[in-house]
Design a protein. Structure first.
Ligand code: DC
Length: 221
């Protein structure tokens, strides 16, 4: 087993920014598991499956071959051989990912892929169930969270910088709904693993969060 760092937490807590930064600093591989659920969601949307049709999701998810690769140090996710990185960051795909990820067949398929990736390499993996379910033996586990208003503000700034007009209250409402969906599902809901360190990034800079996690890695070694 490689050295495994698991970072879980709600949408918008800064998991991917932090995980990417740590992976770069330590020379580890960054695995964004949300991107895999998003690629699966894109497939389901293309196949016109609705999030309420759980049997259809179970059948259809078997047709989706999801894999990841790396280009210039960035994770690229492939859906049946097609690079879908540019298509999975929309609200529509994110909402479908949250709605279809409770399906046990979807989870089984993607969790196996994630476990295989972590078997032989040093990885920083982020998601919702990494410390609790995917990598229960990870040497370092972090539960990264932030106040929902702060998370909404970060998302608002990101979108505004891209020239997308949006409304802060609507974004916060969406974030709270996504949290509820991810935390209350039956199979591997989002929660802090017993042995995870809680990091609240509401009033921390990205560097401060990264330094705290690297500190946990150093004290383990
Ligand atoms: O982190 P993200 O926003 O890209 O994730 C999209 C959705 O995928 C999230 O709302 C729930 C699901 N997901 C999951 O169930 N388990 C993971 N390990 C990662 C994401």
């Amino acid at each position: 087993m490689g050295f495994n760092i698991a970072i879980d937490g709600p949408a918008g807590a800064g998991k991917s920014t932090i995980a990417k930064m740590i992976a770069k600093k330590l020379g580890y591989i960054y695995v964004d598991t949300g991107a895999m659920y998003r690629a699966m969601a894109l497939y389901l949307l293309r196949e016109k499956v609705s999030s309420a049709e759980s049997e259809k999701i179970s059948a259809k998810c078997k047709e989706a071959d999801i894999s990841i690769g790396y280009e210039d140090g960035e994770q690229v996710v492939f859906l049946n051989g097609e690079n879908v990185n540019g298509l999975i960051r929309t609200e529509e795909v994110g909402n479908m990912a949250s709605a279809s990820s409770p399906n046990p067949d979807v989870r089984k398929k993607l969790v196996e892929l994630q476990q295989k990736l972590a078997e032989s390499a040093d990885v920083v993996m982020d998601g919702r169930d990494i410390g609790t379910c995917v990598l229960p033996n990870a040497q370092v586990k972090v539960y990264l969270t932030a106040d929902s208003r702060v998370r909404a503000e970060r998302r608002y700034e990101e979108l505004t910088a891209k020239g997308v007009s949006c409304d802060l209250d609507t974004i916060e409402k969406d974030i709270i709904e996504r949290d509820r969906q991810d935390m209350t599902r039956e199979i591997s809901p989002l929660m802090q693993a017993e042995d995870a360190t809680l990091v609240d990034s509401s009033y921390m800079t990205i560097d401060e969060v990264a330094d705290e996690i690297i500190g946990l890695v150093s004290s383990w070694k």
